[in-house]
Design a protein around this ligand. Structure first.
Ligand code: GLN
Length: 281
């Protein structure tokens, strides 16, 4: 069939979605490597059957809720293009504020050591390294597949290898390692919120989203309790969370020796991160 006909079929298959035309163009771009202008110029060209079938198959996946980023295998974050797959959370624009805050803090420190805990795709770690090349960046994750994805992104985007720890939060991190900053976007969705999430979000790894307990704070509580063993005096801990959790997190951090504890808002004006400086008495 012609490209024009294929596009028409894709659009009608995708009518249930909000932007069927855009979806169709993205699928064609992904399968046939044709940008929007090329798709117009080459509208009357014949498309081999297997390519057309591949496009229609992906449209079916989209209808079932597979996020477009898992179809294309890419997601832009902090001006960089990350490889993503079904083992990692798709980087969110909200998390860019955490990276911005961490970079602003680290710019004042010579050769800073940084840990990105629950690294997932590695988006936080690689964005920091790209902007502060002299930083020594470590990553950790409980998922081996996620850690591999993060290492791949880090190497491709920065040309360097991160020190990578596989395991539960701080447990695999060598006990003598102290960081100038610990940055984390851990799983924090409360179980009762999970059911209400969109179909697409539920295609992302559950263990990257659900944080445990009725309030979703179990993992964050463990991070705050254990961070003191791996953070330098005067070092930064910055945690992403839901706006409904921020006030509790502030109190927890103050109880564990953090000072100047404050919330940072995301671009939609919601409190999205908590940061504090470790100053144990
Ligand atoms: N650090 C990754 C991100 O910010 C993964 C977070 C996660 O899996 N909870 O996207």
């Amino acid at each position: 069939m012609t490209l024009k006909r294929l596009k028409g079929e894709l659009i009608s298959a995708l009518t249930g979605l909000e932007l069927p035309d855009l979806e169709a163009r993205l699928i064609i771009r992904h399968v046939l490597s044709l940008n929007d202008a090329e798709q117009i110029i080459r509208a009357n060209e014949e498309i081999p059957d297997e390519y057309a079938a591949r496009c229609l198959d992906l449209a079916g996946k989209r209808l079932k809720g597979t996020p477009m980023s898992y179809i294309t295998g890419k997601k832009e974050f902090y001006g960089l293009e990350f490889d993503v797959n079904e083992n990692v959370l798709i980087p969110r624009p909200e998390t860019e504020i955490l990276v911005f805050e961490a970079i602003s803090y680290l710019k004042g420190i010579a050769n800073p050591a940084v840990l990105d805990l629950c690294t997932g795709s590695g988006c936080i770690a690689a964005s920091i390294k790209k902007n502060i090349p002299e930083a020594e960046v470590c990553i950790s994750d409980i998922s081996e597949e996620a850690l591999k994805t993060a290492e791949g992104n880090f190497k491709r985007l920065t040309g360097k290898s991160p020190k990578a720890f596989l395991g539960d939060l701080f447990s695999p991190v060598e006990s003598n390692l102290l960081f100038d900053a610990i940055c984390t976007n851990p799983p924090y969705i409360a179980e009762k919120w999970y059911e209400k999430l969109e179909k697409e979000v539920k295609k992302e790894p559950q263990n990257a989203l659900i944080g445990g307990g009725a309030d979703g704070l179990d993992i964050i509580k463990r991070i705050i309790s254990e961070a003191g063993r791996h953070i330098k005096r005067g070092g930064l801990l910055i945690i992403e969370a839901d706006y409904r959790q921020i006030s509790k997190i502030k109190v927890l951090m103050e109880q564990k020796g953090f000072e100047d504890v404050s919330a940072v808002k995301d671009l939609s004006g919601k409190e999205r991160c908590v940061k504090g400086i470790f100053q144990p008495s």
